[in-house]
Design a protein around this ligand. Sequence first.
Ligand code: PSU
Ligand code: MN
Length: 304
Amino acid sequence: MKNSFKYSGDVQKALSEGKPVLALESTIIAHGMPYPENLEFAREAEELARHHGAVPATIAILNGEVCIGLNDDQLKLLASDKNVKKVATREIGVTLAMGGHGATTVSSTMRLAHQGGIKVFATGGIGGVHRGAEKDLDISADLIELSRTPVIVVSAGAKAILDLPKTLEYLETMSVPVIGYGTNDFPAFYSSRSGLELHQSMDNPDDIARAFVAQFDLGIDSGMLIANPAPAEIEIPLDEMSVIIDRALKDAARGGIIGKELTPYLLGRIVELTEGRSLVTNRALALNNVKIGAKIAVSLAERA
Ligand code: PSU
Ligand code: MN
């Protein structure tokens, strides 16, 4: 545990006793979903982690301090305050030096979780290689962090707003294991299948925990990406999603939206274009990841 971090009482207790802890990110709350659904989601995610035996540690930077495990007022602030910045790993230092609030993305949450002594983290979907990256080089820092920080990230794959074949190639180059949870088809966030083949698949949390321990014990620094498909009842199949994504991408291009604004814009636009259906899917897939993440955290804690 890191002294300069502000831990919630229950996270601190769980970590010192070697009990299961599951990290959760805050960009999904502050920039990934509208208010008040984002707050309801944040609360539900914490409750679900507890239900499956792990203490939830939502991570954010508040008033220039790294907070690991938040109370309800802090969740409310993240969900509703317009001054909360989106903070990836490269923005951590400046945000801490200058004060203010930062919601952590997959990259920064991984790094802070690792520094804070937490090995498992659940999110919605990771960032990846954007379409057209051969021209504008827009590649999410999430992929870099996955290659150099030993944390298990449970996701529903990567959003189909991205270039998924390139995202998988990049993960392979960066030596990040990508494990399908009960599938050999890389999930595409809202859609449970992308049609892209995964070469590694596991279907129980114990195997994932053992694989992580095996690579960690060898000093392999990379994380591990678990790709857990959205539940069948709420997924939006890729052919339906493709039309909507193309439209959202065109709107972003027309509005000149680039860089860190792009992903939040696209998520918001897709909620509008699907009249809220994508939000239902986003919430359900993220909660499904929390469930699996908590089970992996339980299995890891038993092994330690
Ligand atoms: N998953 C969601 N909603 C989100 C994100 C993930 O269901 O908003 C966030 C994560 O924080 C991820 C970020 O790191 O989107 C990717 O942003 P970018 O493409 O700018 O790296
Ligand atoms: Mn980007």
